[in-house]
Design a binder for this molecule. Structure first.
Ligand SMILES: Cc1cc2nc3c(=O)[nH]c(=O)nc-3n(C[C@H](O)[C@H](O)[C@H](O)COP(=O)(O)O)c2cc1C
Length: 177
């Protein structure tokens, strides 16, 4: 009989205790952006985003194109998380989550990863660090080329009109293993 999966134990840390380089953690290591609820969750790989402070809140910024299934879940649930898994150990999973769509398959089960919930936010249990967020703001990064102050960006990244929406999430908890 298959052994039941045992969830990992995480310790909470404060935002001030978070000491990762975001350039390294998001840009180089990548993260899994997870959203949904207990019944239905999905995750996708992200390598663009940031953490910071806005409207007196500690926040996370992520950028999600219109075509992503994860976007539908963020819009309907109002919550998301960033799960940081070790890049080398989980490179296959990161590539799969960044290529396949949860619209067509249960990616998390197929990759043999596990979703857990904390404070109503789904996250990937195999992560070393998790940032749980509630969405406080979202806005599509414009269909209007005049907003691109650096000429060429619009042409380079949005030729097919698949624009990013910026999501600002308030950090509700950071958890480390
Ligand atoms: C390294 C890497 C980084 C990515 N970063 C982003 C990102 O920041 N925003 C985004 O919209 N898509 C990004 N993607 C693409 C999505 O992960 C990909 O389209 C995924 O299949 C969407 O899954 P979904 O339809 O299940 O949401 C990235 C893909 C890879 C491989």
């Amino acid at each position: 009989m298959a052994k039941e999966y045992e969830y990992h134990v995480f310790q909470p840390i404060t935002t001030a205790q978070y000491q990762e380089s975001v350039y390294k953690a998001i840009g180089q290591n990548w993260a899994l952006l997870t959203s949904g609820n207990k019944e239905k969750a999905n995750t996708m790989t992200v390598s663009w985003g940031g953490v910071g402070v806005l409207w007196e809140k500690d926040v996370v910024f992520v950028f999600v194109r219109d075509s992503r299934y994860t976007k539908e879940l963020i819009d309907s649930s109002g919550v998301f998380s960033l799960s940081f898994l070790d890049h080398d150990t989980y490179l296959r999973e990161y590539k799969y989550m960044g290529a396949a769509s949860g619209r067509n398959e249960d990616k998390i089960a197929a990759a043999r990863l596990h979703v857990a919930m904390n404070l109503g936010v789904p996250y990937i249990d195999e992560a070393a660090t998790v940032i749980l967020c509630t969405t406080v703001f979202s806005q599509v990064l414009t269909t209007d080329a005049e907003h691109f102050r650096l000429p060429g960006l619009d042409q380079k990244f949005y030729q097919n009109g698949d624009y990013h929406t910026l999501y600002v999430g308030e950090v509700v908890k950071i958890m480390c293993r």
